[in-house]
Design a protein around this ligand. Structure first.
Ligand SMILES: Cc1cc2nc3c(=O)[nH]c(=O)nc-3n(C[C@H](O)[C@H](O)[C@H](O)COP(=O)(O)OP(=O)(O)OC[C@H]3O[C@@H](n4cnc5c(N)ncnc54)[C@H](O)[C@@H]3O)c2cc1C
Length: 400
């Protein structure tokens, strides 16, 4: 009787999980070791979040930034299971999904990322829109379209949170709405982009001013209503009218992950070793936004796509090495820099000793992201579409 292959379950098909699965698939598995690889995600598609803004302006189409897992896994050994993970029994090594029977695992990868906190500001759940998923982007686009149809003179949008997501979104919204947009960027800290380089901060400031985005610093939003929001600024409370409130207010670990009997940080992130193994559970790996750890040099690893992608290579290697009795590698984070999109045809880029902004930075950012998209086939299809799209648009204009 043939033995059951060892089963690796990867929970979450984002930057950490998807790229771990794809890399794992490339290793030379000998027959005796060949495992079953199952990736589980609530959605049927991956999402390349750094390009989500481009959906708001129509610069890109959803198939380009959100390829379906079934397409990505064609001709691989990876199986995709769609479902929402609701619990994990660490003792019995079983995963509970909302839509099918439990799954067992031998090795587990936790890569479910985080969510936008909707419990910090009153009214967020009813009247605030997060900006994190494909559905969020569709929802924002629909609301903008409805406002554009209903309104004639101005559309007032408040973006809450002045981090990278907030400033990038504010610029894209300003370009999308043009003269009728009144964009307000609300940040409770003393400055925007608290972790960015001076060069990028200056480029951001210029791009926001050029687009007439109003910046409110040291401003705390306390309540969101159906068409207004309340804010505290320098001891004063004010209520301002708004048509749309978008939240880019950071990350929160999923509630049930906080409850797992594993070692957590104060914010509920899962503590892992530099080999990406969960403390006291070498059969479980965790990476990406839900993991809290310092790399082998003692450097705190940021919660970005860049870091999750780098971790995925180590995670895949260490899974393979642990199964084929090879030494594990300790993760070493390489900060490659930061790229920000600042409207249509504009971006800023600072990393590896190079810094520039404007249309060239926009093009460079696009090409780097094209290279980062998963699978060569998807990169090729998207690249080809980018190359022929301007010609197709010209032809359509000529015909109509
Ligand atoms: C709008 C936006 C723009 C960003 N831009 C950048 C950028 O330019 N550069 C950068 O470095 N970082 C950027 N980030 C941050 C980056 O997206 C995250 O750091 C990165 O995605 C983390 O990877 P991850 O694998 O931990 O989680 P994710 O990529 O978020 O993936 C988590 C996956 O788990 C799935 N999932 C979650 N819970 C469950 C469940 N219970 N059951 C089943 N599936 C589940 C989700 O559907 C998702 O597919 C951006 C984030 C956002 C929201």
């Amino acid at each position: 009787m043939s033995e059951q292959p060892l089963r690796i379950c990867i929970l979450g098909g984002g930057f950490g999980g998807l790229y771990t699965a794809l890399r794992l698939n490339q290793f030379p598995w000998t027959d005796g070791h060949s495992p079953e690889i199952i990736l589980i995600d609530q959605h049927d598609h991956f999402l390349f979040t750094p390009l989500l803004y481009e959906l708001i302006t129509g610069e890109m189409q959803s198939w380009e930034i959100a390829p379906r897992f079934e397409e990505l896994f064609a001709n691989t050994r990876i199986h995709f299971q769609q479902g929402y993970v609701t619990a994990i029994n660490i003792e019995t090594k079983r995963i509970k999904l909302d839509n099918c029977k439990d799954l067992s695992y031998d090795k587990l990868v936790l890569a479910m990322g985080t969510k936008t906190p909707l419990d910090k500001i009153l009214g967020s759940k009813n009247y605030g829109l997060p900006f994190r998923s494909l559905q969020d982007a569709y929802c924002i686009k629909e609301r903008l379209r409805a406002l554009e149809i209903a309104k004639f003179n101005k559309i007032r949008v408040a973006v809450v949170g002045g981090g990278a997501s907030g400033v990038e979104l504010a610029c894209k919204l300003a370009d999308r709405l043009g003269g009728i947009g009144r964009i307000r960027l609300l940040e409770r800290g003393k400055k925007l982009l608290s972790n960015s380089s001076e060069f990028n901060c200056k480029a951001v400031q210029y791009a926001l001013e050029k687009r007439l985005v109003r910046i409110d610093l040291e401003t705390e939003v306390s309540r969101i209503n159906s068409n207004s929001l309340s804010l505290h600024c320098k001891g004063k409370t004010d209520t301002i009218p708004v048509d749309l409130v978008i939240l880019t207010v950071g990350n929160q670990v999923l509630g049930w992950i906080k409850g797992l009997p594993l070692k957590h940080s104060e914010q509920g992130l899962i503590a892992v070793s530099p080999e990406l193994q969960v403390i006291d559970h070498p059969e479980i790996y965790a990476l990406g936004d839900l993991a809290d750890f310092k790399d082998i040099t003692g450097q705190q690893v940021p919660r970005t796509a860049q870091a999750a992608l780098q971790q995925s290579y180590y995670c895949a290697w260490n899974l393979w090495a642990s199964i084929t009795q090879r030494p594990l590698l300790s993760f070493r984070y390489q900060a490659l820099g930061e790229m920000l999109t600042l409207g249509v045809d504009n971006a800023t880029l600072n990393g590896l000793g190079i810094k520039f902004d404007g249309p060239l930075a926009y093009l460079t950012r696009r090409l780097i992201y094209l290279y980062r998209l998963p699978t060569f086939k998807h990169q090729f299809n998207v690249g080809l579409n980018w190359a022929i799209r301007p010609f197709m648009e010209e032809i359509t204009k000529l015909i109509s």
